[in-house]
Write a protein that binds this ligand. Structure first.
Ligand code: ADP
Ligand code: MG
Length: 599
């Protein structure tokens, strides 16, 4: 074939291939346009993971009717005029490519009106071709509807993942902007349901609660703009997670430079490093950080998706981020620090001696708890263990328990309250433990450790046919890979039904049908996950299902066993969902509360 120039419509598609990768890329570009138009209210609606429909409606400044068709031309932009304006870009868009690229691979409808105009304009395009244009009554602002994305590029369409996965990518994008622009009211509608709506009040915490939910938001620490003068032009603010809340990967670390979402390995590392030993190896914090600096100190014109930037003073920014995160964390005194530095006062100090000495004599914490229990507490209860079967013959641990980072000291069960919480005594004070959360943590670590080798399966004597509703069956089909890795052996067996041949060996005598149903239902809520995080979500769901529940009365032997297993966890203080497993009232705090200190 001789060399030839590609026709314009082909060139458009190639350019689109660069920027418009998936429905989420469309959503990103449309939101950015709305923000650039000064909108204070942005409504995002999607259907079928954005494949069938994406609609973004804003109350921004609109487009004058005579300019509207131009907006879909390549390199048509109202945001910059000359190359030197690239030096200090104050808008999110500037390439004038997005609408051209999107309309080349979809059926697009633009409805827009400026506040001054008496009527708006509606323009319909199909694969960049203008289909119709008419005057229309509409409130000021802009609405862009993108239907049947990639309908004319089957190769690209095939590349898309399931609706659920694509919806997950979109929700991540919407979340991001909702957090970055708390003064804008974001409404996100997926599958006909309002998924979330931020108040648009300017209060970032309020937006965080709406987007992440109250439970996670409560565990986020505010990062305040630094007051020091080392780099006054670089301001860092936002939220980072308390060490009790963490994830298996870095994807929950979000960075914004001058309100623009960016990816930057160095700055991500700066955040992780600020946690130093507060997090276990392989665990990462959540963070939403906003870095503000004069636009001329950062170059955003490096990458077509504008997600990578270049800093004039990279190390300065690195240090500013590290310092800000560090001081947000500083206010926190993790339990273990107190244990390492100050010996507890009075009777607690003596008790600590006994407990720690016993620990060094290679006594297992379980045995130790038993000894102390014999010494002190008087509790009734039958002695049939429910948690694990190896209560009495627990092998001694190779190393004496050390009060290192996350680990627990030896604990003595004191009793159970509300059939839900255990009270325990340690060398450093009192612990109130949520039995369900604690057991979830125990199971989670057992399974994840086993996962480093393939998870043990238990073949079923007879394959069990499983009937699931179409919705759950779809989810199972979609997560088949991760389920196989988690120890299930499932085969499709006609529409909506499966043959279960093996289950994870740790599963005990659980009803496999119900377990699968619950795992699928749990996954339905977490469809934004991929890879490692998805496997972890499956395990988390399984743990939730298997763990002893609140409201279940535990015998003293069971309580002791639960504590013993919790002591062996690497990260005993939070359940796999990040909720705390325990409250700790330190010896010092107790003495203080009762006015014994300094008396
Ligand atoms: P860019 O954002 O890089 O300028 P786009 O292709 O995304 O390029 O948009 C082209 C132009 O269309 C913009 O410069 C802007 O003038 C106009 N435009 C697009 N979306 C909106 C909107 N929601 N409100 C007002 N004007 C818009
Ligand atoms: Mg744009």
């Amino acid at each position: 074939m001789p060399i030839h120039i590609l026709p314009q419509d082909v060139a458009d598609k190639i350019a689109a291939g660069e920027v418009i990768e998936r429905p989420a890329s469309v959503v990103k570009e449309l939101i950015e346009n709305s923000l650039d138009a000064g909108a204070t209210d942005i409504r995002i609606e999607i259907a079928d993971g954005g494949k069938r429909l994406i609609r973004v409606i804003d109350n921004g400044k609109g487009i004058p009717a005579h300019e509207a068709p131009l907006a879909f031309q390549r390199h048509a932009t109202s945001k910059i005029r000359s190359a030197d304006e690239l030096e200090h870009i104050a808008t999110l868009g500037f390439r004038g490519e997005a609408l051209a690229a999107i309309s080349a691979v979809s059926k697009a409808t633009l409805i827009t009106r400026t506040p001054e105009a008496s009527a708006g304009i509606e323009i319909k395009l199909e694969g960049s071709k203008l289909l119709s244009q008419r005057s229309i009554g509409t409130p000021p602002g802009t609405s862009l509807t993108i239907e049947h994305l990639f309908w004319n590029t089957p190769a690209r369409l095939k590349f898309l993942r399931t609706d659920a996965t694509e919806a997950g990518h979109i929700s991540k994008i919407v979340t991001r902007y909702a957090l970055a622009y708390p003064d804008v009211r974001f409404s996100y509608i997926s599958r006909g349901r309002l998924s979330f709506q931020t108040p648009g009040s300017g209060d970032r915490m309020a937006a965080l609660v709406k987007v992440y939910g109250a439970e996670i938001a409560a565990q986020m620490l505010p990062v305040h703009p630094a007051t020091d003068a080392i780099s006054p032009e670089i301001q860092v603010s936002g939220f980072v997670s308390a060490p009790s809340l963490h994830r298996a990967n870095r994807s929950y670390i979000e960075l914004f430079i001058n309100h623009r979402y960016i990816q930057d390995r160095n700055l991500t590392y700066a955040i992780i490093q600020a946690y130093h030993t507060l997090l276990m190896v392989g665990r990462y914090p959540l963070a939403v950080l906003f870095i503000d600096m004069p636009p001329e100190l950062v170059d955003v014109n490096v990458h077509p998706t504008k997600a990578e930037v270049r800093f004039r003073q990279a190390s300065m920014v690195f240090r500013a981020v590290q310092r800000a995160v560090h001081s947000a964390l500083q206010g926190l005194a993790p339990i273990t620090r107190e244990l390492q530095t100050e010996p507890p006062p009075g009777p607690w100090g003596q008790r600590r001696q006994i407990l720690m000495q016993a620990g060094q004599e290679q006594t297992t914490p379980g045995q130790l708890a038993m000894d102390l229990y014999r010494q002190g507490a008087h509790l009734a209860g039958d002695e049939t263990p429910l948690v694990g079967q190896d209560t009495v013959t627990a092998p001694p641990r190779p190393h004496p328990p050390q009060p290192d980072e996350g680990r627990l000291p030896p604990l003595r069960p004191v009793g159970q309250i509300a059939a839900t919480y255990l009270i325990a005594e340690g060398p450093d004070g009192m612990y109130l433990i949520d039995q369900h959360a604690a057991h979830e943590r125990i199971l989670f670590e057992k399974i994840m450790k086993a996962a480093q080798q393939p998870i043990a399966r238990q073949q079923l004597l007879q394959p069990v046919p499983i009937e699931l509703g179409t919705q759950l069956a779809g989810l199972i089909a979609e997560h088949l890979d991760a389920l196989q890795k988690s120890g299930f052996n499932i085969e499709t067996f006609g529409e909506g039904s499966y043959l279960l041949r093996a289950v994870p060996a740790f599963m005990g005598k659980q009803d496999p049908q119900r377990l699968l149903e619950e795992v699928a239902a749990g996954l339905a809520d977490r469809n934004d996950l991929i890879g490692e995080a998805r496997e972890e979500a499956i395990v988390t769901t399984i743990c939730k299902r298997l763990a002893i529940k609140g409201g279940q009365v535990l015998s003293v032997a069971e309580q002791r066993e639960l504590l013993r297993q919790l002591e062996q966890c690497d990260n005993p203080r939070s359940c796999p969902h990040g909720r705390p497993t325990m409250l700790h009232l330190s010896a010092n705090a107790l003495e203080r509360q009762f006015g014994r200190l300094g008396a």
